[in-house]
Design a protein around this ligand. Structure first.
Ligand code: BMX
Ligand code: ZN
Length: 290
């Protein structure tokens, strides 16, 4: 029987049936941002295939601890603290699901079939609504005893910066996420711009837009250097809607060349595609991951 795979993001929920490495019948809806976990579950039940599924695998933004979901940054996904997502999904779908953080799941897909193949210590970073990261250390995906492993979006970039949704000040996510780029770009340009429009303006030579992006690039590269110092990461793969924007990875690479040599590691474009979270969690589910 196929695995029913789901990816809950801050903006959209994607679902598909996974057979091996193939995703069949992919569909997607806007994430209900009501703050109620039950509304997420109802939305997911609406995406489920009619026939009984063999297994359910869910990648989700937020901290996953023993099947319960908490937003580290409620601005990325508003939800009750410790919402019992696995239990509620089991009730709705009749199968106990595997639930894993979205970036952790995508990191596993990148490590096994994407840009991380052949490395032992690998980091996948998604720059999207928030900034997510999954770490594979010594060939093992790190989820952490409390689910927090890899939450590099909430390491500090700017000591006197703005307060992040997680409660810390100056997190990387407040500078370099899609949400942050839109906010900072809009403030500095004096008109509302979403992240794609900011990139467009920079490409057309707008210096203010270029500076906002350069600040994000610099913060990300410094976070990579910190991770390299902490975990001796062999390679960084970058994905996500913003991460995959034209020229973004090139800019990260160029900036990283200004670091002392020991902190320079390959920075590559993620290869497992926009559905790396779906694929990764389906693969973890098939492998009886716990
Ligand atoms: C946030 C955090 C991470 C997540 C990352 C990317 C929440 C709700 N999410 O830092 O768990 O991996 O965003 O999430 O606190 P995305 O929705 O942008 O893909
Ligand atoms: Zn934070």
């Amino acid at each position: 029987r196929p695995v029913f795979a789901v990816d809950i993001g801050g903006t959209k929920i994607a679902a598909a049936e996974a057979r091996g490495r193939q995703l069949i019948d992919r569909r997607q809806i806007a994430t209900p941002r009501t703050g109620k976990g039950d509304d997420l579950v109802a939305a997911i039940a609406g995406l489920a295939p009619r026939a009984q599924v063999g297994a359910v695998a869910v990648a989700t933004t937020g901290i996953v601890r023993d099947g319960a979901l908490t937003a580290l940054n409620p601005q990325t996904l508003p939800i009750e603290n410790g919402y019992p997502l696995a239990l509620a999904l089991e009730r709705a779908l009749g199968v106990p699901p595997l639930v894993v953080n979205d970036a952790q799941a995508a990191a596993w897909a990148e490590f096994t079939i994407g840009a991380g193949r052949g490395y032992r210590n690998f980091a996948f970073i998604t720059v999207s609504t928030g900034i997510g990261c999954g770490l594979v250390i010594d060939g093992r995906l790190q989820t952490g005893a409390t689910g927090l492993a890899g939450h590099v979006g909430h390491t500090m970039s700017e000591p006197d910066g703005v307060v992040c949704g997680c409660g810390r000040r100056g997190c990387l996510e407040t500078i370099a996420s899609g949400t942050a780029l839109a906010r900072r770009g809009s403030e500095r340009l004096g008109r509302p711009v979403a992240a794609p429009a900011l990139f467009e303006a920079a490409a057309q030579g707008d210096r203010t837009a270029g500076q906002v992006i350069a600040t994000a690039v610099e913060a990300l590269v410094n976070a990579f250097a910190d991770l390299t110092a902490a975990g001796d990461v062999d390679c960084f793969a970058v994905g996500g809607g913003v991460g995959l924007a034209d020229g973004f990875v090139d800019a990260l690479r160029a900036r990283s060349l200004q670091l002392p040599h020991i902190f320079q590691r390959p920075i590559v474009v993620a290869q497992a595609g926009a559905d790396a979270g779906l694929l990764g969690v389906a693969m973890l589910c098939g492998g009886n991951f716990h």
